[in-house]
Design a protein around this ligand. Structure first.
Ligand code: FEO
Length: 393
């Protein structure tokens, strides 16, 4: 395979994964995913990260073409997660003299995962490494996804190698730079990537964003998705907004339903919300992609959840949504709930207790026994309207 040239000295040597169906075996990949790797050629040659095991040969063929017989001096590892390191032994077999540049936490993981502990150059925060005309400065970004994560800022071309940050799902179809791609799908895939992969770590993301504000950045080279040049301000804004848990104006109605009674309640709540805002999204938990449900809940400030009572508990797929939100510590939601039961109601109680635990503002709830009566329609419409009105305030 041929590498993609990003500048006189910088090459893209990453790969596209079009076959894996679920990232981390959980998160759907309708547009695939790329595992990015970069090569900087100067008096010294540095490779930034490797790729997933199945794609190592493809990446190596790009590297060999770019280097035309030269060797790699440094392998800079920003993140140990196996989507970026499981192919590392193939790279070390091809370039046995390579020196691995990483921090202390990454070195321990490298040993733990792969038994690799030789030829390691440990670096500290803000330490620099000279390649020739290019200088690498290392920035630690713990918990921007894992504790060992670091970034590299290259000072002459003003490139930020950002690890997972500013990454997104979606393969790179024919080109790798944002200016050469139709980038629309990547923005929504970035939201889904952020919320599902990094969503728990909003505070560490805010910390690194503040650190990066001191740097002039021309190019962002993330570990997934396009190389950002034209749209770098936009992708930083996406990460900033989502990590602050601010939420845009809009209402997400999430529901589970077995025999359509709770679904009718959802329809009415959505109708009330739609009187106030156009941004209303309905998700049936039995049908919608769970990663998209969680993403939309992160994206919008208003949230109304409905469920039937099931086995004296709440409908299991709705419970799954609640657990995923709790794990990610989602803050600042304007909340409403509704539920349906046949002989003993539990779902609404559980939803209200959940809102209290999350410290969300609870606007109200509606509960129906067996089926909706005429007066219930209006109650649900009013609930939807009240949540939307509060969101717009
Ligand atoms: Fe792309 Fe956290 O690994």
């Amino acid at each position: 395979m041929l590498p993609e040239k990003l500048s006189e000295n910088l090459f893209y040597v990453g790969v596209n994964d079009r076959t894996t169906e679920f990232f981390e075996r959980m998160i759907s990949l309708p547009y695939g995913v790329s595992y990015n790797s970069y090569l900087l050629v100067d008096e010294k040659v540095a490779l930034f990260d490797t790729v997933e095991n199945h794609f190592a040969e493809q990446s190596l063929s790009k590297i060999k073409y770019a280097l035309n017989g030269r060797k790699i001096d440094y392998l800079v590892i920003h993140h140990i997660e196996p989507d970026h390191t499981s192919g590392i032994k193939n790279f070390l077999a091809e370039y046995p003299d390579i020196q691995i540049v990483c921090n202390k936490k990454a070195a321990a993981m490298l040993d733990g995962f792969y038994g690799i502990s030789q030829n390691i150059l440990l670096v500290e925060e803000k330490q620099e490494l000279l390649l020739g005309a290019h200088t690498l400065r290392f920035l630690f970004a713990p918990m921007v996804h894992w504790p060992e994560v670091m970034m590299t800022y290259e000072t002459s071309e003003k490139i930020l190698f950002s690890a997972d940050a500013f990454g997104c799902f979606g393969t790179l179809d024919g080109a790798v730079e944002d200016s050469k791609l139709n980038v629309e799908k990547y923005f929504s895939e970035m939201e889904r990537y952020y919320v599902n992969i990094i969503g728990k770590y909003g505070v560490p993301v805010q910390t690194i964003l503040k650190k990066l504000a001191d740097f002039h950045i021309d190019t962002i080279c993330s570990l997934h998705g396009p190389v950002w040049r034209e749209n770098k301000a936009k992708v930083i804004e996406i990460y900033d907004k989502l990590s602050k848990h601010e939420g845009e104006n809009g209402v997400v109605v999430v529901y589970g339903s077995m025999y359509s009674h709770t679904e009718m309640m959802a329809e009415m709540a959505a109708r009330g919300a739609a009187e106030i805002t156009k941004n209303v999204i309905l998700h049936d938990v039995s049908k919608s992609d769970i990663s998209q449900i969680i993403t939309d809940i992160f994206k919008y400030k208003g949230l109304i959840i409905g469920a039937p009572t099931y086995n004296g508990d709440i409908f299991p797929n709705v419970k799954d949504v609640l657990e995923r939100l709790e794990i990610r510590g989602l803050k600042n939601r304007i909340f409403g709930s509704f539920g349906c039961f046949t002989w003993a109601g539990q779902a609404v109680k559980i939803l209200n207790a959940f809102a209290e635990k999350m410290q969300w503002e609870n606007i109200g709830s509606a509960e129906v026994k067996q089926s909706m009566q005429q007066s219930d329609y209006q109650t649900l419409i009013e609930l939807g309207r009240a949540v939307a009105q509060k969101v717009l305030k």
